[in-house]
Design a protein around this ligand. Structure first.
Ligand code: CA
Length: 336
């Protein structure tokens, strides 16, 4: 634990995480600005508790422009009653609230990307203070966690639920069991994921069984993505032993895929207009052209292609046509 995580959070709440019943309230993050000297950012949180049992912490709006999880968790808070559960469910439907209200990946207050802000800093900017609170208050209470994502404004995804592998084999085994229980047609393992600033990295470091997932993209609301998350979250709650009277539902066996290295990604080689050659769900081979950058501002210039570096399933594509050099335009997965 670094020195920042040992300091106390300035966030306060009227929520009592130990109280029986259902509470819907706010985390108050002090934010002193010209229009509100003693103001706070009121970040929504709900706690539903019924006796002893596991704690499941569900989160969406880590990235503000990813909507399926925000919709499902908002509705879950309204519908889930203590009598339906055993244990505790903690829900943050808009974790980086300023970003969610802006419909943006990052916060307009500090440019902060919550999923690159862990383990956080209580005296840092709002995004880092939120990460710190989640890491030091909520993850230590949780047995299971789901951080619901999609591709946001810049990416489109084949919908999948995911788990990230960590150093603890037993925790990995439990995460893969939870991944199967979620019941998405496609399940994804981040076997290569070196970035320790992710929420999942901090959840795993707290010993939490942590899932993630990409349930759409292009900053739209996917109807099928919402349905998948609605059922999957309940499947996860039942798998954890928290949701009573819910039979885990699957359409069929999941296809389990993984990402194992940097060579699964393709990047734009030049700034310009990207012409993609492949659709999501296509199987591609090493050396196959992924697409090319064309130059409408200089039509005499030859297009510049980029290629897949390995065989795989195309699970993620860039959404906007304009690219700059270094933009990720695609990534693959391979069967596990
Ligand atoms: Ca995301």
């Amino acid at each position: 634990m670094n020195t920042a995580t040992q300091k106390n959070s300035l966030i306060w709440t009227e929520i009592d995480y130990e109280r029986e019943g259902k509470q819907v309230g706010f985390l108050h993050l002090p934010h002193s600005v010209t229009r509100s000297a003693y103001g706070t950012i009121a970040i929504p949180v709900a706690v539903i508790r019924n006796g002893e049992g596991p704690t499941v912490f569900l989160m969406a709006g880590n990235h503000g422009d990813e909507y399926e999880g925000q919709i499902v968790l908002t509705k879950l808070i309204r519908s889930l009653e203590p009598g339906q559960i055993k244990g505790r469910v903690i829900v943050m439907p808009a974790a980086n609230l300023p970003a969610a209200m802006d419909g943006a990946r990052v916060s307009p207050l500090d440019g902060g990307n919550l999923n690159r802000a862990f383990p956080g800093d209580p005296e840092g900017t709002p995004t880092f203070a939120i990460a710190h609170y989640i890491n030091t208050t909520l993850y230590p209470m949780a047995d299971y966690h789901h951080d619901l994502h999609s591709g946001g404004s810049s990416l489109d995804y084949m919908p999948f639920c995911s788990a990230r592998l960590g150093p603890d084999e037993e925790l990995n085994r439990r995460a893969l069991a939870a991944l199967h229980a979620f019941g998405a047609p496609l399940s994804f393992v981040w076997a290569y994921s070196p970035d320790n600033r992710l929420a999942a990295a901090s959840a795993i470091a707290n010993g939490v069984v942590a899932l993630g997932g990409e349930f759409g993209g292009c900053a739209r609301v996917s109807i099928s993505g919402v349905k998948l998350v609605e059922r999957g979250v309940r499947n996860l709650l039942a798998h954890a032993g928290v949701l009573k009277d819910w039979k885990i539902q699957h359409d069929g066996p999941t296809r389990l895929v993984e990402l194992k290295g940097k060579d699964y990604y393709v990047y734009a080689p030049e700034p310009g207009l990207f012409e993609a050659f492949c659709e999501l769900g296509e199987t591609v081979t090493a050396g196959q052209p992924c697409g090319q950058v064309v130059f409408p501002d200089n039509p005499a210039r030859d297009p510049v292609p980029c290629h897949f570096k390995r065989d795989g399933l195309l699970v993620c594509k860039r959404h906007p046509g304009r690219v700059t050099r270094g933009d990720c335009v695609a990534h693959l997965a391979t069967d596990r």
